[in-house]
Design a protein around this ligand. Structure first.
Ligand code: G3P
Ligand code: MG
Length: 257
């Protein structure tokens, strides 16, 4: 386990070096309870999933602003009520055996993660302009269901989301997601109060930037790493962990140092 958040002792959490991305999303439909259960069966101890908000203010697990890629719905998530989303099939697109799998509520996702004793990286995906209602809905569930002594990492590409999250959950460890690492990464992490930087493993990461991030006391997680050789490389550079669609493969081929 790698320790994130060395800069702020109140936010230190231990994160596994292999994190199941959207659950075991290479082998099950992404962001479903089936994908989370499969990640656990495959040996993962941490999962990452994406949270969004419905028109009627419920946090749900879904990656895209619009429905359709991973379910039989259409239109914008923020223009649908929870009851509409609950009817959608989020499994058939992946394989017939997953027919009837649903878009999970954050409630159900949290209950599943806790029952499986997994660590959680909840990535908040707010449609531009809807940062505040998205954070509000998400935080309400976390405050109600997430035990204080369990590892939780909230992350986002959106600085607005992270600022709202920090205000609502001042003690929570936060990850700042970027594709390419900005030149002023340290100023941004500090201003946001983030514990870790989460970046694309190829876009701009180099051994010297990885070392600088670690020297500065921040965690470093890389997405989305599906080949063991790539995982080994970034872990050797100092990354604390990788997000992967194939936890079984990466765990079996042991990319951890
Ligand atoms: O949180 C890491 C990773 O999930 C960020 O990218 O698009 O897969 O949510 P994305
Ligand atoms: Mg994500």
């Amino acid at each position: 386990m790698q320790h994130l958040g060395a800069r702020d002792p109140l936010k230190v959490i231990s994160v596994a070096p292999v994190i199941a991305h959207r659950g075991a999303s290479g082998d099950a439909p992404e962001n479903t309870l089936a994908a989370v259960r499969l990640a656990s069966e495959q040996g993962a101890t941490w999962v990452e999933v994406d949270a969004m908000v419905t028109r009627d203010g419920h946090a749900v697990i879904h990656h895209d602003d619009e429905l359709g890629r991973c379910n039989d719905g259409r239109g914008w998530v923020l223009r649908r009520d929870l009851a509409d989303l609950a009817r959608l099939d989020a499994g058939s697109w992946f394989a017939p055996c997953y027919a009837g799998e649903r878009i999970p509520t954050l409630d159900a996702l949290v209950q599943t993660v806790l029952a499986l004793d997994l660590g959680l990286n909840l990535e908040i995906k707010a449609t531009d302009g809807w940062e505040e209602p998205t954070v509000e809905a998400t935080v309400a569930v976390l405050q109600r269901l997430w035990p204080a002594n369990r590892p939780l990492l909230v992350s986002s590409f959106s600085e607005r989301v992270l600022r709202h999250t920090a205000a609502a959950l001042p003690g929570v460890a936060m990850g700042y997601n970027v594709t390419a690492i900005p030149r002023n990464w340290e100023d941004r992490l500090q201003a946001l109060g983030a514990s870790s930087l989460h970046c694309h493993y190829q876009a701009s990461l180099t051994p010297s930037v990885a070392a600088a991030i670690k020297r500065a006391g921040y965690g470093l997680l890389c997405f989305t790493v599906n080949r063991s050789a790539d995982a080994r490389r970034v872990l050797d550079w100092g990354a604390d962990g990788v997000f992967t669609d194939y936890p079984r493969r990466l765990l079996a081929e042991n990319p951890a140092r």
